[in-house]
Design a protein around this ligand. Structure first.
Ligand SMILES: Nc1nc2c(ncn2[C@@H]2O[C@H](COP(=O)(O)OP(=O)(O)OP(=O)(O)O)[C@@H](O)[C@H]2O)c(=O)[nH]1
Ligand SMILES: [Mg+2]
Length: 659
């Protein structure tokens, strides 16, 4: 299966999942099983699957054919070249292609001058009015291609301006761009481009990142420390005729080497194999040349040969546009698409499904608990009613006053439950604090200070190390506190269970330690970035400023996820208490009502017992149905029979609506 097909299949699964989740939510609502924690869990699952994005980044030195390859893999359907690809430097700014329903098809461009301000790229993303917008007509490929030419636009500025924008460095002149005869320097006109089009793959959550060459990547720290490391796959492109050049190697070392796992998410493409096709050589001789280039490139990059894929993007594009099957095979593009499909999509699907399975498990536990309480209440009522069989009026009366007394006692115990809640919240506040934005900001203060010092900063690595070990300490402390809260909850719940025969169970605290891993990855991407060739750049205040900003935004994302987990945990504990209180109050009502009926008519008792029997049956059915609905959610992408029935008339309409 090619990448595109695999991605399509992934999309079908996600749409079905969303539909099934919606059905489950409605069903739970109908049966009064939707408490706050369940609702939150459902919301999370839905947004996790709906907003799941797969980012594929194309990274290489200029003119290796990144844009052409994107055209060939994703846009051949438009019948022409869509992304500008031409000799020399073409793509001047990082270009992200994706789809957001809430935004009309358009190209948004962030002016390069925004670099003079301190906001990080992530922060600019949320202020669309600061971007230049050009509407796109997806039905007019020529207009589309014309509009996209903007990403190649340049400006000519003085040396001072170029320096301020981060394109001129006095201390490593060999990297500086050429000065024109007029003394001006060519710089990109735009800092970042966002393309929003309803392309089928983009609609399903694919995000493509096209990047400019070496020095341009380095100029935007966010690209190096955030976008590229977070991409699910990176395609690194070499040219078959030149092999690995010095600057290819710098990009590879600086931006793409990942330690440990993750090598399957790095794909190396040996592009332009058509330049080796030659009428004077036999096909075997050509193949031998390609093989030799693969072997050398793999060796230099330290990869197995199987991970270097030969291809001709240009011939692949031409073949697809003209429908030339022989040329398509010769371009070897299908083999690359296959590798992308297996590697990237296979991985992504596995990860998403595992995450989703965890969420569904918790959902089942939450809903199961509500049913358990109901079942137990029914059983107790049954015992109570059976004990009334053949008893006289005064016994029944006595029973009534006993229930009323129990109810009154229970009502006064509200304070005790309230106390547990407030202790819980108070303790939680400390955890929230530890993971809050102000805390994070304070932790970063020292590093910010170190980076802001004028001149070359030899102590920066040390400052990074210290900052990250403090952040790790913070996480450890949050984990410790969470553990203490869990013990407190367990003890309080046990006490409440004993006193009121509740069946509360303290939910397991989140594993915040997990986020240490994220911290480690962030730290590594920063240190790697600083280590190689950027130490000199650090002497520039603007560069350091941008670096800290990029770091802060990335860390904030990690901390927000951690906070989200703590919140869900809190909701689960609170909603258990609420649910048991509510059920208990209802239970008193039902018991009193039963006594009333028994007092009014002799047949009342038997009728009520029969009713309880029925309710038990209904509960068993609910239980089975819950199992069924949740296991469907975990299943393979094919509609189960019940859903097929429900959507048989207009299956597509139902799916589209759910999506
Ligand atoms: N012969 C041949 N030329 C190719 C191939 N792929 C790309 N090219 C050409 O190489 C040139 C550069 O291609 P681009 O796609 O613009 O390269 P890029 O990596 O995006 O370069 P920048 O945007 O400058 O970073 C263009 O003229 C392409 O037509 C190929 O497979 N064979
Ligand atoms: Mg390009």
């Amino acid at each position: 299966m090619s990448f595109n097909e695999k991605f399509d299949q992934h999309g079908v699964w996600r749409r079905e999942f969303a539909l099934r989740l919606k059905l489950l939510a409605e069903w739970m609502k109908d049966h009064d099983l939707l408490d706050a924690a369940v609702e939150e869990q459902l919301r999370r699952l839905e947004s996790q699957v709906r907003s799941d994005k797969v980012m594929v980044a194309f990274v290489a030195e200029f003119s290796r054919g990144k844009s052409e390859l994107i055209n060939a893999i994703f846009f051949a359907g438009y019948g022409r070249r869509i992304m500008p690809a031409s000799a020399g430097r073409t793509t001047m700014c990082p270009t992200e292609l994706g789809y957001d329903v809430d935004v009309p098809p358009c190209l948004r461009l962030l002016p390069i001058e925004t670099r003079l301000q301190k906001q990080a790229l992530m922060e600019w993303r949320v202020v669309p009015e600061k971007w230049t917008r050009i509407d796109l007509d997806v039905n007019d490929p020529a207009q589309l291609a014309r509009a996209l030419e903007k990403v190649a636009e340049v400006r000519h500025v003085t040396q001072d301006e170029a320096r301020a924008l981060g394109f001129w460095h006095d201390n490593n002149p060999e990297d500086n761009p050429r000065v024109g005869p007029d003394g001006l320097i060519e710089v990109p006109k735009w800092r970042h481009a966002l393309i929003n089009i309803a392309h089928p793959l983009l609609k399903q959550g694919l995000v493509i990142l096209d990047t400019p060459g070496l020095n341009a990547i380095g100029a935007e720290p966010e690209l190096t420390v955030s976008l590229i490391p977070q991409a699910h796959a990176v395609v690194f492109i070499l040219a078959a005729d030149t092999g690995v050049t010095k600057s290819d190697l710098s990009i590879w070392r600086e931006h793409l080497i990942t330690e440990g796992d993750g090598t399957e998410t790095r794909l190396v493409v040996l592009n332009k194999i058509d330049t080796l096709w030659d009428a004077l050589s036999t096909p075997e001789q050509v193949q031998a040349q390609i093989d030799k280039q693969i072997a050398t490139s793999a060796e230099i990059l330290g990869l197995p040969r199987s991970q270097v894929i030969p291809v001709s993007a240009q011939k692949g594009l031409v073949a697809k546009v003209t429908g030339n099957e022989a040329l398509l095979q010769a371009s070897q593009l299908p083999a690359l698409e296959l590798a992308l499909g297996q590697g990237v999509m296979g991985q992504r699907q596995k990860i998403l499904r595992t995450a989703v399975a965890g969420g569904i498990g918790e959902l089942k536990t939450e809903a199961g608990r509500a049913m358990h309480i109901r079942r137990r209440d029914l059983a107790e009522q049954m015992i109570e009613l059976r004990s009334l069989r053949g008893k006289n009026v005064s016994v029944i009366k006595h029973m009534r006053s006993r229930i009323e007394q129990e109810q009154a006692e229970f009502d006064t115990s509200g304070a005790q439950i309230h106390a547990v809640r407030s202790v819980h919240l108070k303790l939680l506040r400390d955890v929230f604090n530890l993971l809050s934005t102000p805390t994070l900001k304070a932790e970063l203060a020292e590093l910010t200070h170190a980076l802001k010092q004028p001149g070359i900063k030899l102590g920066v690595k040390k400052a990074y190390g210290k900052t990250f070990s403090r952040l790790r300490e913070g996480l450890k402390k949050s984990q410790l506190l969470s553990g203490e809260i869990q013990s407190m909850l367990t003890a309080s719940f046990r006490q409440l269970n004993a006193e009121f025969s509740f069946s509360l169970q303290a939910p397991k605290e989140p594993e915040l330690i997990r986020y240490e891993n994220d911290l480690e990855l962030i730290k590594r991407s920063h240190l790697k970035y600083l280590g190689i060739s950027n130490v000199l750049k650090l002497s520039q205040a603007e560069f350091s400023e941008r670096l800290v900003r990029a770091l802060a935004t990335r860390l904030r994302m990690v901390y927000e996820s951690a906070l989200g987990e703590v919140e869900l945990w809190n909701k689960s504990a609170a909603s258990q208490l609420d649910a048991q209180l509510r059920e208990r109050r209802r239970n008193f009502g039902r018991r009193l009502e039963a006594i009333e009926r028994i007092q009014q008519a002799a047949s009342g008792l038997d009728e009520r017992i029969a009713e309880i029997n029925d309710q038990e049956k209904v509960l068993n059915e609910l239980d089975a149905k819950l199992m069924e609905l949740t296991s469907h959610l975990l299943g393979a992408p094919s509609l189960p029979s019940t859903l097929q029935d429900a959507t048989a008339a207009t299956p597509n309409a139902a799916l589209t609506e759910a999506a």
